[in-house]
Design a protein around this ligand. Sequence first.
Ligand code: PHE
Length: 336
Amino acid sequence: MFDKIEELLLQVRQFQTGDKNEIEQFRIVYLGKKGSVTELFEKFREVPAEQKKEFGQKINGLKQAVNAKLDELKAALSTETIAEKSDLTRPGLPLELGSRHPISIVRNRITEIFRSIGFAVADGPEVEDDWHNFTALNLPEYHPARDMQDTFFIEQNPDILLRTHTSSVQIRYMENNEPPMRILSPGRVFRNEAISSRSHCIFHQIEGLYIDKDVSFADLKQTIQYFTTELFGKSKIRMRPSYFPFTEPSAEVDVYWGLNSETDYRITKGTGWLEILGCGMVDPAVLKNVNIDPEKYSGYAFGMGIERIVMLLYQISDIRLFFENDLRTLEQFKTL
Ligand code: PHE
């Protein structure tokens, strides 16, 4: 009887299979109702009293060995099926691609165009003081042109405000650098324009500044023309006299968009012309304010709203879409 147990133990230890049915068969052969281990337990009664203890230990040991083997075989089986079921060579789930905001896309494109002709990008604070946003730009207190650029002030200190244009960056740059200088200042600006539900108190601008000896209006015109050709593929421009306190003379630039489609008629109000930016020769009073000698140096400046250009390029009809952050809008710019 003891030999039989030893023999079974050896068989159990040596048993191997990766097949689910064979494992079940193995269980039945040993632990089933008529299994060998079960039979041995039944024989317990017949064992002489003095051998009962040893016999008990042996068959319990055998039973444990069978169970241990079952656990081992099942564990191997489950790792095997995981490996079988999952195709480890299958490509992973694609990562969702984000997209740039259309305002960033167009800002980058405009910046690239001017960078290619020697403009460097300059940055400045959005929270400004009166001097950099207005006074140094020849817009002293009580100047009527300040009305067009009403903004947000801090009640306790009217000297602090949210910048109304990025011309403030140009003042800061001119204060801290020597000519020649050629800079571009893109950024977020603020105006109190609650008058129309279509306008927004936040928008984005790109302004440019070039100061050197003998800079002329012809340089300005040629630069703007280069820009419109690069950005829109349109080189026909016109300059209309305008007024800005910080430039003299000043002009508004229109691009000839054409009248080839119904949209062209709509966006140009039937004229074919589209206003895209304001510009002019830097007023000598501004140069004096930043300690640049206007007898020695001259320069031009220009400024444009980015939203307007994005709307033109992508035919977007409502400016509020830029700020709603609706994924259905933004996702359309994924591949751009
Ligand atoms: N700063 C002007 C504005 O915000 C734009 C501008 C810049 C006009 C430079 C002329 C020259 O309206």
